[in-house]
Design a protein around this ligand. Structure first.
Ligand code: PMP
Length: 434
């Protein structure tokens, strides 16, 4: 194994780079330039050994198949350009390649131009934004909707409602954007509850005593594990303890529920979600985010949420893509039907082969591999044989809960799925995983 020492840190090609980066950055004995030198050296060691997957990209962007590249190698100078079947895309409905969406975006750019000039509050709003907001209100039966430039900053903005004297309880698997939102909020206390564990949430509601307001944060479907939120039980607690419920539908809006209105709608609890959010970077194939709520909340947020006040608004390109995607989502169920058919087929084939997908239900299909070395080897083998998926490892998840995540989309063909299943079967057997 290749190993070396730099500024007192011993590094080798199997080091867990994300963890090292955090340790090094927190080391007060090191100068700033030493920290970045250590991290760079470690990254290059790990990368040379083929254990760094994060510099890979698809030459022509997100699609169900593409040519894999490495950002350190110019496309013309590399002969390592295998075609891969892509499982990294969050565009579940594959609308990023939909000809109607693309044509509509081109047309709207002629009218609206490319940029919006400023933030929503200072002249950067246009009619595309208003049309999206109206559509969300109608679809979800909420009083008002507000657009943000990204999903990440939507969550950050929403959490500026949390003030001194308030408590936030959040599912342990909640997305980093909520964690950042809590950090920059004035919350007096934030505390996680065990993932999807309603009993643990109830205990924390009881234990925590008196706060001015209690906020509970959940996702409809969790991005790391593909699990669904026990929304019925959480709403029962809400009725008993009276908290404000914030629900993130990033990984379900567009393909759960009637007209694709999402998981909370499908389960009949959309009225119990005080603040609904979703990002536009998943089913709606663009970027941006929306918060849907009462008029009171929507009137307050623009005045206090820095990510609304001080961030340029969603571009016309992204807005037009979202608007057309919404029209397709509500008017044509064929895309989500294909997505679910692919999802059910893929997961059941993997389960029959003996792969462990635990209690995932959604088009996010995690394959759990507790042995870290085998997980990394399998991921490398998949990439070299043309399957592009994402390893999710410690510290993002517990050491023994490492997994390779496959995002199934409507655009995957039967051939794509069968080829992937065959490769997984061969490599999984070879490594003794199944
Ligand atoms: N919430 C969840 C649950 C997410 O998974 C993500 C992105 N992966 C976000 C919010 C942030 O959205 P965006 O990347 O569109 O800013």
């Amino acid at each position: 194994m290749t190993a070396t020492e730099i500024h007192g840190y011993k590094i080798n090609q199997e080091i867990q780079i994300g963890l090292l980066a955090r340790q090094v950055m927190d080391d007060q004995q090191l100068a700033h330039h030493q920290k970045t030198e250590i991290i760079y050296a470690a990254k290059m060691l790990v990368k040379k050994a083929g254990n760094y997957a994060y510099d890979n990209y698809l030459l022509h962007g997100s699609d169900n198949r593409g040519i894999m590249q490495d950002r350190d190698l110019e496309p013309e100078k590399t002969n390592k350009t295998p075609e891969v079947i892509n499982y990294t895309s969050n565009h579940y409905l594959s609308l990023q390649r939909n000809p109607e969406v693309i044509a509509y975006v081109k047309e709207q750019i002629n009218t609206f131009g490319l940029g919006c000039g400023s933030s929503m509050m200072s002249g950067g709003r246009n009619e595309l934004h208003c049309a999206i907001e109206r559509r969300f209100c109608n679809l979800l039966g909420k009083e008002d909707a507000l657009l943000f430039p990204t999903g990440f900053t939507t969550n950050m903005g929403i959490l500026s409602l949390v003030r001194k004297g308030d408590l936030v309880l959040f599912d342990k698997e909640c997305h980093a954007s909520m964690l950042e939102g809590m950090k920059t909020s004035d919350a007096s206390k934030t505390q996680p509850f065990i993932h999807n564990d309603v009993k643990d949430l109830e205990q924390k509601l009881i234990q925590n005593g008196n706060y001015n307001n209690v906020f509970v944060l959940v996702e409809s479907v969790y991005s790391m594990s593909g699990t669904e939120c026990p929304i019925k039980e959480i709403v029962t607690l809400k009725k008993k303890y009276g908290f404000t419920l914030i629900g993130d539908e990033a990984h379900s809006f567009g393909f759960y529920g009637k007209d694709g209105a999402g998981y909370f709608s499908e389960k009949g609890f959309i009225d119990d979600i005080d603040i609904f959010m979703t990002t536009f970077s998943k089913a709606t194939a663009a970027t941006g985010g929306v918060a849907c709520s009462s008029r009171g909340v929507a009137s307050t947020l623009p005045l206090i949420a820095k990510s609304y006040l001080f961030q340029a608004s969603m571009t016309p390109m992204a807005s037009a893509a979202v608007l057309k995607s919404l029209e397709i989502i509500t008017g044509d169920p064929s895309h989500r039907k294909r997505l679910w058919k692919n999802t059910i087929f893929f997961r059941s084939c993997l389960n029959k082969l003996g792969f462990d997908t635990k209690d995932s239900r959604s088009p996010i299909v995690p394959v759990y591999i507790s042995d870290y070395a085998k997980l990394i080897q399998l991921n490398q083998r998949l990439q070299s044989r043309g399957v592009y998926s994402v390893p999710i490892i410690f510290p993002a998840v517990k050491k023994e809960e490492g997994r390779i995540r496959f995002n199934v989309t409507a655009g995957h063909t039967e051939n794509d799925l069968l080829e992937t299943i065959e490769i997984l079967s061969q490599e999984g057997t070879r490594l003794g995983i199944i």
